[in-house]
Design a protein around this ligand. Structure first.
Ligand code: ZN
Length: 265
């Protein structure tokens, strides 16, 4: 393993037709991966897939935008979902809890209140099990401040490390995350925008990780197609290019960051 995609959704139906080929292409490109759950079903699937493959790990959790779905009577609410997650999280192939956090994009104030409760439940579980947190935090068009709100919740509750996946905050948000020894990860978005160049140049390389968030946001030259873990190489190249650093050095450091953060073995 030379590269790692720390956040992808190979567990989603978009990969049903050729999932084993996607794993094979990643293995051939020396790309390891971490498959992320967004609800109970996809978390279970992530653990199964991690067990069936080498250099594949899983993260289990409930995405903040799934909070309303949890109110469905057949799912038994937050408490029962969290107890299922707790069982899953003991599995040795599970390397973090998430993706969890706050999503202000199209959430109502009531949903945001529920998201905060669910987020805290994930943090407490991560503390109990001693595994880090994979965070999904997003500002809305009008409603900003999700990063600072997430950080203030983490400051009160978190006793483990955390990664802000698909970082889309400000340079100040990034500096505040790093000040708490948190990390940020980037996707193929780097190949077609300069919006994060300042953050990538100013954050220490030790606090950056590489991801695809596949099947979404494929990097150039695959833009518009379904994304997959093997394409994380384009993200690593973009980080090296933006920082003006040696690609080999950046590649080794990004893998080392993930090995240390997730305690991969
Ligand atoms: Zn995701």
């Amino acid at each position: 393993m030379k590269y790692i995609d720390i956040h992808g959704h190979v567990n989603l139906p978009q990969f049903d037709v050729d999932r084993e080929e996607v794993f094979a292409r990643a293995a051939a490109a020396e790309v390891g991966m971490i498959i992320i759950g967004t609800d109970i079903e996809s978390s279970v699937r992530a653990v199964e897939l991690a067990h069936a493959h080498e250099n594949v790990w899983a993260v289990v959790g409930i995405h903040p935008t799934e909070v309303s779905a949890l109110q469905r009577p057949d799912l038994g609410g937050q408490a029962s979902a969290v107890s299922v997650l707790k069982e899953l999280s003991r599995n040795p192939k599970v390397v973090a809890i998430g993706e969890c956090g706050l999503d202000y994009v199209s959430s109502t104030p009531e949903e945001i209140t529920q998201q905060k409760e669910l987020f805290i439940q994930h943090i407490l579980l991560a503390n109990e099990i001693g595994k880090p947190l994979m965070l999904h935090v997003r500002n809305g068009k009008e409603m900003k401040g999700a990063y600072q709100e997430a950080l203030s919740i983490l400051k009160v509750h978190a006793q483990v490390r955390f990664n802000f996946h698909f970082f889309a905050g400000t340079p100040q948000d990034a500096a505040d995350i790093v000040a708490l020894n948190g990390t940020i990860s980037f996707t193929g978005v780097l190949t077609f925008t300069k919006d994060y160049d300042v953050v990538i140049r100013t954050v220490p390389l030790t606090h950056i990780m590489s991801e695809t968030d596949c099947p979404f946001v494929a990097p150039i030259p695959y833009r518009g197609k379904r994304n997959e873990p093997a394409y994380v190489i384009e993200v690593v190249k973009a980080i090296a290019r933006i920082r003006g650093e040696d690609e080999g050095k950046v590649t080794r450091q990004l893998l080392e960051n993930a090995r240390a953060f997730f305690v991969l073995r």
